[in-house]
Design a protein around this ligand. Structure first.
Ligand code: NAI
Length: 766
């Protein structure tokens, strides 16, 4: 080919990266690996292979961990944890050393990743490996700062970590760096398709002299994941499919293990008619063709404003035609191989089964490659608009107005990320807060950084990775408040002396409501005297209360100042009736009630104070711009209160209300009458109808239904620990957040539980 030819066709010649060094490393291990446990590699058992998806060549033989490997790894991690947790400065030095070692071996990591996963070398070299290094550097800083900045937090202990195959090294970094920084030790399982960079990382741990047992790496398939889930770890961190996330949620229910889940997505990519169309088209290349679309936060659902749709699709197709697909080791390649023929077949089947809209596809080489695909003219309910394809397939429809764009964007069971393109900053900043997602990119896409939290809401999971907000997933509060000894309800005989029925009603949607079942129970005092009667709420009452809470969504849009005023007003009205409430508490518990009323007033003042002060952050991410970490309400929170008649109620409703949530609280089971008296305080303190809904009765009658209800966003249980398993197992329905503890925690813990962090990335300038 002559220079003239080249200039005429503008074709790229191949520019392959050499695999020699990576293959030599594999050869030096005889192409077989055991597990990395307690600072050394176990003897390989050659149970399965890892292949290069671009060629089908076997790269190495790997070992499937057995129960005793998991047991040994967890014991090693447990043994190492105490001394690892001692010094933040020492941890910082090791994390820094790991970052440096990753940097030194960057090329080897990048090539090995590309060989094993099929992603273009340009990506592994410029994105995966640098971001993994950055994660270790950044978290070395958190290790150093932990004592000073997080004095009330402590490590969880041993963390089990299960990661997917789409970003093998990067996901490892996202898991290991924060866990280690906060003084935990880990047992990590890479995905069975892509274990090689994790094994190379294990060697790096050895090289930097990381104390043995701090990092343990075991390989194998989902069965190994199950063993880790069932093992004695204190926390599980999982990234992968929503389906497996649900299995893990159920498997850990009631175990007391902490859990964070980073699951699937079907993230909207919204293009308004005033957007810089060429940039938005270019953004899509990074949104959906980056890593062959095997990205949980991929902008896989394109929503284009009607007026520019034709132009946009034309330009997009022309850009698709220019994408180069093929040998991932070629530095000119845009789209590499799909991770495994099984995944390729899944993608092809999903596309083939679609009968709607119009499909535009470019071509791909034979083998484990899939062509970039655009399917236009779908409706929001089309299967491919709802289901995660996890491949280079973009689905699309159009919208007319910003309100319609928001409605379509949120019409999904997921809530991981969203992208908004518009030149109008007012529009962008109006839309971003309305999108139900953990991350919103304005005029940019797929930006990630160690300083900004990553993670979703709804069925995309819970917990954040990265940033200050990510650290709470790897720590717990020190000195958690101690619960009072549980007491049983007092027993008595006989009914109430007053012939007029004054059974305390439920409080739903701002009205006192009779229970659906019509049943009630007499509350007896310590001497067996009948004090009053309360309604017994059932599942239907819970449903009504949730519906009322949903209708009160205006509360979530109010200002912190207004919410503070209402909490203060509640305190004012409670204070005016303090002695009456103290007497009521005494009549039920037999103990003086003044202190508890005082506690309740303190609680109201505390959360009124926080209502307009629990600020978000502006993260200094390495772009010309910022990531705004905004605190948002969780939504509708259902709660089982502890036994304290008044303090137990207020420690639930005050933080939830302060942060803009609506609450359905099942009040103290044993001493419910102060809470039912409190209805009058709610009615006279300008609390909008539906913001607080109160149920009385047996917690066991509503616990599991709270967990299962699809329109509840979080469940807090401070009641009998035996309800935890039912709530957590049922919560797998919509993967809602749960907070299970003997009593509500310190203010920061509660504020954290009452908020989600949404990171809105706003680039500056051109
Ligand atoms: P997966 O969720 O099955 O695998 C992820 C990890 O979980 C792997 O390490 C796997 O060995 C492990 N695992 C599997 N079953 C387990 C179990 N019962 N208990 C504990 N660990 C278990 O994902 P898979 O099958 O590899 O991919 C299937 C689909 O999942 C993809 O097509 C994609 O839609 C989605 N996916 C989403 C990811 C994300 O980042 N959101 C990442 C990978 C897959």
């Amino acid at each position: 080919m002559t220079v003239k030819n080249i200039l005429e066709t503008m074709d790229y010649g191949p520019a392959p990266e050499s695999a020699a060094e990576a293959l030599a490393w594999l050869d030096s291990k005889s192409r077989q690996f055991g597990h990395y446990i307690d600072g050394k590699f176990t003897a390989p058992t050659q149970d399965f292979t890892s292949k290069n998806p671009a060629t089908g060549e076997v790269l190495a033989r790997l070992s499937q961990a057995r129960q005793d490997d998991i047991d040994t790894a967890v014991i090693a991690a447990r043994k190492a944890q105490k001394s690892w947790a001692k010094s933040g400065h020492t941890r910082a030095k090791y994390l820094y050393a790991l970052a440096r070692a990753l940097q030194k071996h960057a090329r080897l990591f990048a090539v090995l990743e590309t060989l094993d996963n099929g992603k273009p070398i340009r990506e592994s070299r410029d994105i995966d490996v640098p971001l993994a290094q950055r994660h270790f550097y950044h978290h070395a800083g958190y290790a150093q700062l932990m004592d000073a900045e997080l004095p009330d937090r402590e490590p969880l202990g041993v963390c089990g970590q299960i990661i997917p195959w789409n970003f093998p090294l990067l996901m490892l970094a996202w898991k290991i760096a924060p866990a280690l920084a906060m003084g935990n030790t880990v047992v990590l399982k890479p995905a069975e398709y892509t274990s090689l960079t994790a094994l190379l990382f294990a060697e790096i741990c050895e090289q930097v002299g990381l104390p043995k047992g701090v990092v343990n790496i075991v390989t194998g398939d989902g069965a190994v994941g199950e063993m880790i889930t069932a093992s004695g770890v204190d926390k599980l961190a999982f990234t992968g499919s929503t389906e497996v996330g649900r299995i893990i949620r159920k498997a850990t229910a009631g175990s007391g293990k902490a859990l964070s889940l980073e699951l699937g997505g079907k993230s909207p990519y919204i293009v308004f008619d005033d957007a810089d169309i060429d940039s938005a088209v270019e953004g899509l290349v990074d949104a959906i063709w980056f890593n062959q679309g095997q990205v949980c936060c991929a902008g896989s659902r394109l929503l284009v404003q009607e007026g520019v749709a034709d132009t946009f699709y034309r330009k997009l197709k022309s850009r698709m035609d220019g994408l180069r697909i093929g040998d991932p080791l070629d530095k000119c390649i845009d789209v590499g191989a799909i991770v495994d023929p099984i995944q390729r077949a899944t993608i092809a089947d999903m596309v083939a089964s679609n009968t709607e809209g119009e499909t535009y596809q470019t071509t791909a080489p034979d083998g484990c490659f899939y062509p970039p695909t655009l399917i236009t003219g779908l409706t929001t309910s089309s299967n491919l608009m709802q289901e995660e394809i996890f491949g280079p397939v973009l689905v699309s429809t159009t919208f007319r107005t910003p309100a319609e764009a928001v409605a379509m964007a949120n019409d999904t069971r997921y809530g991981l990320a969203a992208t908004v393109w518009t030149e109008n900053v007012n529009l962008a900043l109006d839309i971003a807060p309305q999108l139900v997602a953990g991350i919103v990119w304005v005029n940019s896409t797929n930006l990630m950084d160690a300083a900004a939290g990553f993670g979703g809401v709804r069925e995309s999971g819970f917990g954040r990775e990265g940033g200050w907000e990510g650290l709470s997933s790897y720590t717990r509060a020190k000195n958690a408040p101690k619960p009072a000894k549980p007491v049983a309800a007092f027993e008595g005989k006989g009914g109430l002396s007053d012939p007029i029925d004054r059974t305390a009603k439920l409080y739903i949607g701002g009205k006192q409501a009779r229970p659906d079942g019509g049943y009630s129970r007499i509350v007896y005092g310590p001497k067996g005297d009948a004090l009053g009667e309360v309604s017994l709420a059932n599942r239907k009452d819970l449903r009504n209360a949730v519906e009322a809470a949903h209708k009160a969504n205006g509360w979530s849009k109010t200002t912190g100042h207004l919410r503070a005023q209402i909490l203060y007003y509640m305190a004012e009205n409670l204070s005016a009736r303090a002695s009456e409430f103290a007497d009521r508490i005494k009549s039920m518990t037999g103990k003086q009630g003044r202190d508890e009323v005082e506690d309740a007033l303190q609680t109201l003042f505390t959360y009124a104070a926080w209502a307009d002060k629990y600020d978000g952050q502006v993260h200094g991410v390495p772009i010309r711009g910022v990531a705004l970490a905004m605190k948002e309400p969780v939504g509708v929170i259902a709660a089982l209160c502890d036994q304290r008649p008044l303090a137990g109620l207020l420690e639930v409703i005050a933080p939830a209300m302060a942060m803009g949530n609506r609450v359905v609280a099942s009040v103290s089971e044993v001493f419910p009458l102060a809470a039912t008296d409190f209805i009058q305080i709610l009615e006279t303190s300008d609390v909008p109808a539906g913001v607080v809904n109160l149920l009385t009765g047996d917690h066991k009658d509503v616990a599991q239904h709270m967990g299962a209800h699809m329109d509840i966003d979080a469940v807090w249980s401070f009641s009998d620990p035996r309800h935890a398993a039912a709530i957590e197992a049922a919560s797998a329905s919509n993967l809602k957040r749960t907070l299970i503890a003997p009593v509500p925690g310190a203010a920061k813990t509660m504020l954290d539980a009452a908020t989600e962090v949404k990171n809105i990335w706003v680039p500056y300038g051109e």
